[in-house]
Design a protein around this ligand. Structure first.
Ligand SMILES: Cc1ncc(COP(=O)(O)O)c(C=O)c1O
Length: 443
């Protein structure tokens, strides 16, 4: 699968550069103007000239302003706080059309509550992608669950169902995909497989507020799902989280786990009503200030996502014409969100230069290009030390999909407002770098 694996290692740099040149000529993008201009890294003029004060406004996150300030001031003036939580929950529920929701302190506490709600025997296995934040996996150890590390599909960066199929055992009871960087996993195929094997489907939607698949919100496919509203996220409340539950049983267990005042609100026949005053030992209530910000953020979510999507489309449609650049594959029945960055992939062989050289050249042109290897959970110490585990997980020897994404990706900033000029300059900077591939190969 790996593009790296298909590289001919005996190719000389000149051959690689020539291959890039042929492809570039085919794409018709090496304009004379680009070729005549000297690369900024070699002393030429920078391509991106939009002032930093303007571009930093377009990339600024979280996107707070007067409305958030007013909401917080109004809450303080009113002098009551906790009544904001059910209002935020109702609005989120109406937006996502989820049967039951519960606001939590953050995404991590929502995940802990979800694992408690699962109510599986110790030793039960959960298929989970390794390419994720620790909170998707590590809290399993508190409940005696065993993570089975699943790879990602290098075309999307999301859960690789085929790898999960290879790893399922008779002890596997649940499956937990994560919608990486706002890209929906293939929830139709995953749901069908979960049904066929009797697995409980859960979703980590920490990156994917306002992402859809076949017209349905991500997070509504599984029995349970979580969102994070942490500062960097698509819908930020500084800290905050939300759990979504398909059944009353899951909702009541998840809510009772970290919300000691919730049990008496459950219907009379609830087996969890008797845990009033204690819950199950955690305190996971969302901060009311976060809920106030969340209500404002939710009102603007669709519009913000649409602007970001439009800007990414305008830029990426130019960039993918350059030899070696591709973007994650989005199915026609998916609408993705963009979390944190615009992730693209570079095939060094097709480009004719290395990713590191490209980043150097682009940075000199004024492009905010970067590389950041997303943590793969199976590589961390905590999973290798059996003393922390009821049943220690098996550590896979390789994760080719995750390695490919980490080795070939690069990030560009997201622009959250009118950015026509900046996008044009970014596209020109790439085209200039590609027009000088022989120079870039020497960097
Ligand atoms: C995939 C994923 N899941 C869960 C979380 C946890 O969310 P929080 O930071 O709100 O606890 C994060 C946070 O970065 C995340 O990226």
């Amino acid at each position: 699968m790996s593009t790296i694996g298909t590289h001919r290692t005996d190719r000389t740099r000149r051959e690689v550069v020539q291959a890039g040149a042929v492809a570039l000529a085919g794409a018709g993008l090496a304009t004379k103007a680009h070729a005549a201009a000297t690369l900024a890294i070699n002393g030429g003029a920078k391509t991106v000239t939009v002032p930093a004060a303007v571009s930093s406004k377009l990339t600024r996150w979280p996107p707070y302003g007067d409305t958030e300030k007013q909401a917080l001031h109004a809450m303080i003036d009113k002098g009551t706080y906790y009544d904001e939580l059910p209002v935020f929950e109702k609005e989120w529920q109406a937006y996502t059309k989820s049967p039951f929701v519960k606001a939590h302190m953050n995404g991590t506490s929502a995940l802990n509550s979800m694992f408690f709600a699962l109510n599986l025997e110790p030793g039960s296995e959960i298929l989970v992608q390794s390419y994720t934040f620790f909170a998707t996996v590590l809290p399993m150890r508190f409940f005696g669950y065993v993570p089975i590390f699943v790879d990602i599909d290098p075309k999307t960066g999301c859960f690789d169902l085929e790898d999960a199929k290879r790893k399922i055992t008779p002890r596997t009871k649940a499956i937990l995909p994560m919608h990486s960087w706002g890209m929906p996993c293939e929830m139709d195929k995953i749901s069908e497989y979960a049904k066929e094997k009797g697995l409980i489907l859960c979703e980590d939607c920490a990156h994917a507020h306002g992402a859809f698949m076949q017209g349905k919100h991500v997070g509504t496919f599984g029995a349970m799902s979580i969102f994070s509203f942490q500062t960097t996220k698509v819908m930020p409340t500084v800290e905050g989280g939300m759990g979504m539950y398909k059944t009353r049983e899951y909702y009541e267990r998840a809510a009772a786990y970290g919300h000691y005042e919730d049990p008496p609100k459950f219907p009379k026949d609830s087996p969890y009503r008797k845990y009033d005053n204690t819950g199950f030992g955690q305190k996971y209530r969302m901060h009311p200030f976060a809920a106030a910000i969340g209500r404002v953020q939710l009102r603007g979510l669709e519009e913000r996502n649409a602007v970001t999507r439009k800007n990414v489309k305008a830029l990426n449609s130019r960039l993918v014409q350059l030899p070696g650049i591709t973007q994650p594959y989005v199915r026609p029945d998916q609408v993705r969100a963009y979390y944190s960055a615009d992730m693209l992939f570079l095939d060094e062989k097709k480009a004719g230069f290395s990713r590191a050289a490209m980043i150097k050249a682009l940075k000199a042109e004024g492009v905010g290009a970067s590389v950041w290897e997303y943590p793969e959970q199976h590589t961390f110490t905590i999973y290798r030390e059996p003393q922390w585990w009821h049943h220690p997980p098996v550590i896979p020897t390789s994760m080719p999909g995750g390695a490919q994404v980490n080795n070939t990706h690069f990030f560009l900033p997201l622009f959250h407002g009118e950015a026509t000029e900046l996008i044009e300059q970014y596209a020109k900077a790439f085209e200039k770098v590609w027009a000088h591939r022989a120079d870039v190969a020497k960097l």
